[in-house]
Design a protein around this ligand. Structure first.
Ligand code: ZN
Length: 181
């Protein structure tokens, strides 16, 4: 069994009027991303939705100083975007689907993701979502340090920053030994 980890593909990060949007870049990957998720799900692989979670009054959070409010608890902005939400509504509740909150860039930071993967004997993960050079990158670095084999379909990751996107793709393959395809 493998896992696909869908990172931060929310309204706030993708919709044109999202609070911290990747805009057209994020919208462009919708079809490929949803196809990847569906493929893994139908194969019986483990499908993880790792979603940023913030609270307006969380004055201790370092992102408060860096970004406008985004992905606030119970907000519309934190909903999955577009056809990914439709797919999620169809598959949620299945044994191999797991929706998890995260408070930091990496889906491994302060979460039970590593143990969820290990108890299933999973050693190989595929990362999709946004932003290539922030949350996908930090998740990939942690995955590398934990010994996972990493796959990144480049048509299913995006960033608001084209230079950062390209840097991260190079870093995945040249430094983290990921399979970027
Ligand atoms: Zn955040």
């Amino acid at each position: 069994m493998q896992a696909i980890i869908v990172i931060d593909y929310s309204y706030d990060f993708v919709a044109t009027d999202g609070a911290l949007t990747t805009g057209v870049a994020g919208q462009r990957i919708e079809k490929s991303l949803v196809e990847e998720v569906k493929k893994f799900h139908d194969q019986g692989d483990f499908v993880v939705f790792a979603m940023d979670l913030h609270e307006k009054k969380d004055k201790y959070h370092p992102e408060i100083k860096l970004f406008p409010h985004h992905n606030l608890k119970d907000s519309q902005g934190r909903q999955l975007f577009g056809s990914l939400k439709i797919l999620y509504d169809e598959i949620k509740g299945n044994d191999n689907v797991y929706f998890m909150d995260k408070r930091r860039y990496s889906a491994f930071s302060g979460t039970d993701l590593d143990i969820r993967l290990r108890e299933r004997g999973i050693t190989e993960i595929t990362l999709v979502g946004v932003c290539t050079d922030i949350c996908v990158l930090h998740t990939a670095v942690d995955a590398y340090n934990l010994g996972y084999k990493i796959n990144i379909p480049q048509e299913a990751v995006a960033s608001f920053d084209p230079k950062g996107h390209q840097f991260a793709l190079n870093h995945f393959s040249n430094t983290l030994g990921a399979n970027v395809y």
